[in-house]
Design a protein around this ligand. Structure first.
Ligand code: HEC
Length: 181
């Protein structure tokens, strides 16, 4: 009697486990057949890519924050090389927060600085002062001078802008593709 009970129970259990395993394998097989392969995110490679793309923000902590927060769900190739205006980045950060991105306050500061310096497009003749300064890397006094001057006469190009005292021409050269006039 006892051997019947103990002899069959494991067998029954084993069958249940076996058929469940087969079902799960079948499920995995179907899922694998239908879904595109999950991207493999390599943190070290992401950090290198983010640092390499950072020509105007040499603070390694900023790159680190971008890697830690923005490459959890997808690769940095989602955003490196696709500059946008400041307001479009702001919208995107809101969208990513809704997807589940939860940076600390410090990380927000670092990420915003990284994006302002490396990935933001500004229009020298129309962007608001608070967007121009961080991207052009000019202090308040110089940014104010730019805004006063454009009120009188629009800037025509980099040479024109570089004539304003306090504007760093080498920064402008690196920003070239992200400056609109
Ligand atoms: C919790 C997961 C998650 C995190 C963290 C995350 N993203 Fe995303 N991201 C997504 C998902 C999901 C999509 C695709 C759906 C969509 O577009 O909303 C996406 C899409 C994108 C896109 C393409 C969509 C577009 O409008 O061009 C960009 C760019 C992007 N993410 C940038 C970022 C940046 C920058 C950060 C860091 C601040 C970040 N992501 C952090 C989940 C995440």
């Amino acid at each position: 009697m006892a051997s019947w009970i103990y002899g069959t129970r494991p067998l029954k259990g084993g069958r249940v486990v076996f058929s469940f395993a087969a079902f799960a394998l079948l499920g995995v097989g179907i899922a694998a057949a239908q879904l595109p392969p999950r991207p493999v995110i390599d943190p070290a490679r992401e950090l290198t890519a983010i640092k390499t793309a950072s020509v105007l923000d040499d603070n390694p902590a900023d790159s680190m924050a971008v890697q830690q927060v923005c490459t959890v769900c997808h690769s940095s190739s989602q955003f490196l090389g696709t500059p946008r205006s400041s307001s479009r980045w702001e919208d995107l950060f809101g969208q990513m927060a809704r997807q589940g991105a939860h940076p600390t306050d410090t990380q927000v500061e670092q990420i915003v600085r990284y994006f302002q310096r490396n990935l933001t497009v500004v229009n020298v003749n129309t962007s608001p002062m608070e967007e121009l300064g961080p991207t052009l890397q000019t202090g308040d006094e110089t940014t104010t001078a730019i805004v006063m001057r454009r009120g009188q006469k629009k800037f025509t190009g980099i040479a024109d802008l570089a004539a304003i005292p306090g504007v760093d021409r080498s920064v402008l050269e690196l920003l070239k593709d992200r400056l609109q006039f």
